[in-house]
Design a protein around this ligand. Structure first.
Ligand code: ATP
Length: 286
């Protein structure tokens, strides 16, 4: 996909309370984005340099969700680009894509540019093994664009995400660029999973006997947020199916569809069929 084919930036509809757990990261990222917005004069006086955030950690832990939530919370437009989407084999096209992204974001201020898979966009120069030096030029263009965000762009933010921050060109991580590294990981405590389950089932109607804490205790300790999303979606689907089939407490077919009540049993059945997307050993690598 070409950068020009990207959608129009708009404020996402992910709410702050849709992100479960991750309290410290949430606080840090909000400060980084909200403080300069609230205190423009202070931040443009040169006392504080702009700062970009890099969210790193295993897949499915809420990095994208968090970036969207901060944009929603601060009423910022959100422009998302996956690293590989910018790379084009034709000479000059990749740099142009990078320029286009920043141009588009400037036009949509206040705006967040979210660079997913930042490592694939910016592997350390000279190490990418591409003979034509495409990646080197992309990194150079990225650096030029980021450094070019002057005082008048206080309301333009860069957030990156990566599973492999070690592969990112160190120049991109220097002060004023993606200089705020925030780890987004998995916590093996049940209370932590409970908070994510709470966020995910925020809009569910649940039977009064459902204890999210008990469900959290039954989940493997290496369950990621994405695994818990799968669990909740499957539990809801089972409840909906029971309603159609006329079993369980959803047996009245005259009920409105929005009155599907998810039961403890639905979660247990869903849990039995699910296995963690990352093993303990894989998780420890991040
Ligand atoms: P990737 O590295 O694969 O891009 P990611 O860290 O960006 O992963 P997300 O796309 O944010 O992961 O998460 C995938 C889905 O998992 C989310 O849409 C959400 O439904 C669920 N999820 C993950 N983490 C959380 C969380 N902390 N709270 C609530 N839901 C979560």
């Amino acid at each position: 996909r070409n950068a020009s084919a990207l959608g129009t930036p708009k404020v996402p509809n992910i709410k702050w309370e849709d992100v479960g757990g991750l309290e410290d990261v949430k606080k840090s990222i909000l400060d980084t984005v909200q403080l300069p917005l609230l205190h423009k004069d202070l931040f443009s006086s040169g006392l504080r340099k702009r700062s970009g955030v890099l969210l790193y950690g295993p897949p499915g832990t809420g990095k994208t969700l968090l970036a969207k939530a901060v944009a929603t919370e601060c009423s910022l437009n959100f422009l998302s680009v996956k690293g590989p989407e910018l790379i084009n084999m034709y000479i000059g096209e990749s740099e142009k894509n990078v320029r286009d992204i920043f141009q588009k974001a400037r036009a949509a201020r206040p705006c967040v540019i979210f660079f997913d898979e930042l490592d694939s966009l910016a592997p350390a120069r000279g190490a990418s093994g591409d003979s034509g030096g495409v990646m080197d030029r992309v990194v150079s263009q990225m650096l030029a664009e980021i450094d070019g965000l002057n005082d008048s762009s206080q309301d333009l933010f860069i957030i990156g995400a990566s599973n492999r921050p070690d592969l990112i060109d160190p120049a991109l991580l220097r002060p004023g660029r993606f200089d705020k590294l925030l780890y987004v990981g998995v916590n093996s405590e049940a209370t932590y999973r409970e908070r994510i389950l709470k966020a995910l089932t925020r809009k569910f109607k649940m039977h009064e006997h459902v204890s999210l804490y008990e469900i959290a205790q039954k989940c493997p300790p290496n369950f990621t947020g994405a695994d818990m999303y799968a669990l909740c979606a499957d539990a809801w689907f089972r409840a909906a199916k029971n309603k159609v089939l006329g079993t369980g407490s959803n047996s009245s077919l005259n009920d409105q569809p929005d009155s599907i009540v998810v039961e403890y049993e639905d979660f247990l059945e869903a849990l039995r069929e699910l296995s963690p997307s990352l093993s303990m050993a894989e998780l420890k690598k991040y």
